[in-house]
Structures are given as structure tokens and as C-alpha cells.
Design a protein around this ligand. Structure first.
Ligand SMILES: NC(=O)C1=CN([C@@H]2O[C@H](COP(=O)(O)OP(=O)(O)OC[C@H]3O[C@@H](n4cnc5c(N)ncnc54)[C@H](OP(=O)(O)O)[C@@H]3O)[C@@H](O)[C@H]2O)C=CC1
Ligand SMILES: O=C(O)C1=N[C@H](C(=O)O)C[C@H](O)C1
Length: 273
């Protein structure tokens, strides 16, 4: 696990998870950052162990702990792809220590996000439902296309993910829906149509529909469809490797150093706003 004098010390939350394992690989390969600790939920079998040994290899000197403050106090950034409850708990710890908090967790409610925004008065929080360059660029394209087309073009967002995903619509689908709504100058909460089943009646003009498919090992596919009489435009992003999210999260952790308190997203990090 590489360490130079100007290397950023990072804590990974949930190191045994799908994104946690990918972050371990990406940060270990980085010259700009090193892992100083991993947190797991209380009672997790990795808690109290050495990270290298927990992964089935040689000792690495990196602790895995369920006592977050112990490691976060020494960290410059925390990268967090966990659950809304765990993310909110961590936001109190990073608000205390000043570590940059990079939040990839999805499925957060409006109240959860308001709580994160309050924590961002104390430290830098970078949050995005998708940390990849491709999706963040796509949000800007969707916004432009939605602004150019009127309500004759029905907007539907379709997402597909692996069978283990627990939230729907995906955080990315909501980002894309927000972008489309912003392009049209409407409030997404007012126009979103998130569940069709049974005799639904005809489509409401101006609504933005969401559809979630779950199956197999799909990393994450998203389509934004603009469907009119006689033609259809589909804007598509397909992630085939979780490293795109992990690389984006690491970029955010490095970008956030020295920024000061505030709530940011990947458009800020990537300079796409
Ligand atoms: N923004 C983005 O670019 C992306 C976002 N995501 C989002 O990231 C989240 C995680 O996804 P994924 O990795 O697939 O899910 P996993 O379930 O594989 O991983 C989540 C991990 O968090 C751990 N965890 C739960 N509570 C705590 C806690 N209090 N402290 C530390 N760790 C904890 C879990 O441990 P345990 O197993 O013990 O519960 C688990 O290992 C989801 O919300 C997903 O939508 C995913 C990919 C990209
Ligand atoms: O849970 C996942 O896997 C993913 N979650 C994010 C989302 O909710 O959009 C990002 C990506 O699509 C993978």
C-alpha cells in the first residue's frame, strides 16, 4: 500500500463490500493516496483484524475497525459506499475531525440529504449517485436535450442493475431525471412517475417515468429515452467495471483537500458545471 510524503490518507468504509473491495484495489494502485484504515459495522467478522489478512493475504499494517473515530481522526478523507444509516453516522464523525467525506451511497431520503448538508457546514462533503465521468457528462447532455425538446417528447429513464441492489430508482436514474427536469425547467418531484402497474390510464404529458430492472451481475446500465410521434432518441450509459466509480471517488477525495466546508458533487470535481 503505497505511501509518499504528500500521499493522502484515506479511510474506506465497508471494505468487504462490492465497492469497498474495488476501492482497496484502486487506492492501493495509486501514487497519490494510501489506505490508513477500513471501517466495518459493529460485529462484522473483519473488525479487529489486519486488512491484508482479512483479504486472505499477508499482513498489511492497515487496521479494520468498527470504531470509526479511531481511524478517521488520522485520515484526510473517508470514502463511503455503504447505507444511508451508516453514511449519516459517518457524517457526524467527519464533521468532528474535518476529514473530506466522499459519499457514493444511494437510496437517501430528502431528510437524509438535508442532514448531510448540515454536516457539510463543518467539513467538505462530495456526494453523487454516480461517480463516473461518463454518467456525469451524460447528465449535462440530457439537460441540453431536454431543454431543446418540448413536452411532445415523453421522457423515460430505464435502469438495470445486479440482483443484489436494494434501492430503486438508482441514484444515477434520479440524477438523470433531475437533469432532464432542470432542462425543462420543472421540479422533478412534481413530474416523476415512479411506479406503473395495473390500469394506469394514459401517460401524463410532461411526466418523467422511471423503470428499474434487477438481475444477474449487471454493474449499471442507464437509458434516457425521449419518445415522440415518429421518432425516439435514446441516450445510454453502460458501466462494465466498478473501477469507474472508485476512480471517481478517489479523484473527489483528492480534489476536496483544502476546499473548506461545503456540499459538492462530481460536476464540481470534474469541472463540468
Ligand atoms: N455513487 C456511485 O458511483 C455508486 C454508488 N453505489 C452505492 O454504494 C452503496 C454500496 O454499494 P455496494 O458496494 O454494491 O454494496 P455492498 O452491500 O456490497 O457494500 C456495502 C458495505 O457497507 C458495509 N456497511 C454497512 N454498514 C456499515 C457501517 N456502519 N460501517 C461500515 N461499513 C458498513 C456493509 O457491510 P455488511 O455486509 O456487514 O452490511 C457492506 O460491506 C449502495 O448504496 C450503492 O447504490 C454503488 C456503486 C457506485
Ligand atoms: O448499486 C450499484 O451497484 C450502483 N449504484 C449506483 C446507483 O444507484 O445509481 C451507481 C451505479 O449505477 C451502481
Amino acid at each position: 500500500m503505497t505511501q509518499t510524503t504528500d500521499s493522502t490518507g484515506i479511510v474506506i468504509m465497508g471494505g468487504s463490500g462490492r465497492m469497498g473491495r474495488m476501492l482497496i484495489d484502486v487506492i492501493t494502485a495509486s501514487d497519490s493516496a494510501h489506505i490508513i484504515g477500513v471501517t466495518e459495522a459493529p460485529g462484522h467478522p473483519w473488525a479487529g483484524r489486519d486488512l491484508g489478512e482479512a483479504l486472505g493475504g499477508a499482513a498489511s499494517g492497515v487496521p479494520v475497525t468498527d470504531q470509526a473515530l479511531d481511524v478517521v481522526a488520522k485520515a484526510q478523507a473517508v470514502i463511503d459506499f455503504t447505507t444511508p444509516t451508516a453514511t449519516l453516522a459517518m457524517s457526524k464523525v467527519t464533521a468532528q475531525t474535518g476529514a473530506v467525506h466522499v459519499v457514493g451511497t444511494t437510496g437517501m431520503t430528502a431528510d437524509d440529504i438535508a442532514a448531510l448538508d448540515r454536516a457539510a457546514q463543518e467539513t467538505t462533503i462530495v456526494r453523487a449517485g454516480n461517480m463516473s465521468l461518463g454518467v456525469n457528462l451524460l447528465t449535462q447532455i440530457v439537460r441540453q436535450v431536454a431543454a431543446a425538446l418540448d413536452d411532445d417528447y415523453d421522457i423515460e429513464v430505464v435502469e438495470t442493475h445486479h440482483r443484489h441492489k436494494v434501492d430503486a430508482p438508482s441514484g444515477t436514474a434520479l440524477m438523470l431525471g433531475e437533469a432532464a427536469a432542470a432542462g425543462r425547467g420543472v421540479d422533478l418531484d412534481t413530474v416523476a412517475d415512479r411506479a406503473r402497474d395495473g390500469i394506469t390510464g394514459a401517460r401524463t404529458r410532461g411526466s418523467i417515468g422511471f423503470h428499474a430492472l434487477r438481475g444477474g451481475d449487471v454493474v449499471g446500465d442507464h437509458d434516457v429515452i425521449f419518445a415522440a410521434d415518429g421518432e425516439r432518441i435514446t441516450l445510454r450509459h453502460q458501466a462494465s467495471d466498478r473501477s469507474v466509480f472508485a476512480r471517481g471517488a478517489l479523484k473527489a477525495a483528492l480534489w476536496g483537500q483544502g476546499k473548506g466546508p461545503g456540499a459538492f458533487d462530481m460536476l464540481d470535481v470534474l469541472g463540468l458545471r
